[in-house]
Design a protein around this ligand. Structure first.
Ligand code: ADP
Length: 213
């Protein structure tokens, strides 16, 4: 069964390196959709369920083997899909998730160099038929993201990584854009919040226009 046959809501993922601006724009996109009468929930990964949030806490704080990290990301995701994403989509509710599987490819694959084959295997196991309908990649140079993070918050385990890690993470995101161009929209996130939100409005307008055609 294909993605489209399984559900009626749309699934949108937000991706990008830490500090790219994902969280800043999630409620803006949610509000825009709700103004159009669309039912939409927001969630995040790792997390999104009580078990997932407990795993998030471990993932963001504890040192662990790289494969343990990847497996826990997918364990959290399995629960998230079962408890939140699929039931919402089946009910016709749209889902916006702050990160999904592209993040595991980017961070554990690109950043930490876990073999992409292993991640492909886990993806096939955990969600063989589900992919986001749209992935917004907030793309920004690593130095810009770093400066934003330094100005605002105490850094978690991932956010404390060096520039090389984030360059590799960003490059893996961009490699996936080239692999799945029909699903991704790359947002130049080095611009002002207002300019980005203008573009996000246009993307939503175009998406909704396509659905009513
Ligand atoms: P992410 O969720 O991708 O880690 P955030 O949305 O939390 O990133 O943004 C990190 C910080 O950068 C926040 O303080 C946010 O206000 C700021 N920020 C986000 N987007 C922009 C932007 N386009 N210009 C300037 N600052 C931004």
């Amino acid at each position: 069964m294909t993605n489209k046959e399984q559900k009626s809501g749309l699934f949108i993922s937000f991706e990008g390196i830490d500090g790219a601006g994902k969280s800043t724009h999630i409620s803006f996109v949610q509000d825009k959709l709700m103004q159009r009468g669309i039912k939409v929930i927001t969630s995040r990964e790792p997390g999104g369920t009580p078990l997932g949030e407990a795993l998030r806490d471990l993932l963001l704080k504890e040192k662990m083997h790289l494969e343990t990290e990847a497996l826990l990301m997918f364990a959290s995701r399995r629960e998230h899909i079962a408890q939140v994403i699929q039931p919402a989509l089946d009910a016709g509710t749209w889902v916006i998730s702050d990160r999904f599987t592209d993040a595991t490819f980017a961070y554990q694959g690109g950043g930490r160099k876990l073999a992409i084959d292993k991640l492909n295997t886990l993806e096939q196991w955990v969600h063989p038929h589900l992919q986001p309908d749209l992935t917004l990649l907030f793309d920004v140079p690593v130095e810009v993201a770093r400066a934003r993070l330094d100005a605002t918050r105490t850094l978690d385990k991932f956010e404390q990584e060096k520039s090389d890690f984030f360059n590799d993470t960003r490059n893996e995101y961009l490699r996936r854009v080239a692999e799945f161009p029909q699903r991704f929209k790359v947002i130049d996130s080095s611009r002002s919040i207002e300019t980005i939100q203008q573009e996000l409005s246009e993307i939503i307008d175009a998406l909704c226009a396509k659905l009513t055609r």
